[in-house]
Design a protein. Sequence first.
Length: 351
Amino acid sequence: MEYRLLGRSGLKISTLTMGTMTFGGVGWAKMVGNLGVSEAKKMIDICIDAGINLIDTANVYSSGECENIIGEALAGKRPQGVLLATKARFGMGDGPNDRGLSRYHLIRECEASLKRLKTDVIDLYQVHEWDGQTPLEETMEALDTLIKQGKVRYVGCSNYSGWHIMKALGVAKEHSYQRFVSQQIHYTLESRDAEYELLPISIDQGLGVLVWSPLAGGLLSGKHRRNQAAPEGTRQFAGWTEPPIRDENRLWNIVETLVAIGNERGVSAAQVALAWLIGRKAVTSVIIGGRTEAQFRDNIAAAELKLTDDERKRLDAVSLPPVLYPYWHQLNTASDRLSEADLELFGPHLN
């Protein structure tokens, strides 16, 4: 297992992170999975034994039950070097202050997560989504307070747009608050939108990148095929709607290329999709999940798979995003003076 620095911090995390949304099965999360404490403990042990050192969760997963299960599975005694990441922002009740990124909500939810996880500190505390009604100064000050209180070690964001991130970094710098060390984003061969702004920002501003749902809710696993119904037992069969697919023909071309490369290499399509992400310059860690031991072990094997330049070109050929404005203009007129960050989007178009 390879370990990479998380943004500008001195913290090293494994190139694979353990995702836990399959724990609990409460409410909408039942479409994802419903693993209990004993099953969760087994999956956690498998991941730790493989060298994974970061476990990611969120307070909203199964309405807090996911965090409870992790706390019970670890029995309040984390193995040395195992890191915990969680998130807050979404509704945890029906009250007017039971959601958002206000000081009130963040501090209360952090304390609740600490209790559920049976730990005295959260290694990476992430704001789960943008809150356009709470001043960023209030959000960043609250996160800084949690670090100063010793309840949180590092902070990050998730699902922010480019201008959201830059504004947050500016607020942190202006007020000498602790800055985000990472962003958690959706990024796959099917959904390469992050290459427009989010990945270049990460390289330019020194942010780590954690990727959620790297197999597009299972669509890139090889189980789903063109002109076939969703297999029973999958998220799509249960009615899962993420990610939105804008071009089905493109999706199936990507899947068929993943399957072909997987067959040539003797590995699963899922491993190829994950290896493509791990090999991206801006990506720090890819969050893997599963309902079964076999799924976790198959995903973990991707950490050792290195794709060839030719295989990457084949995947680019079926998945490159359109070059929107102002990027097509920059590609045509500014390619003589591009930065390293620019190449996250423009690189394949220059080769």
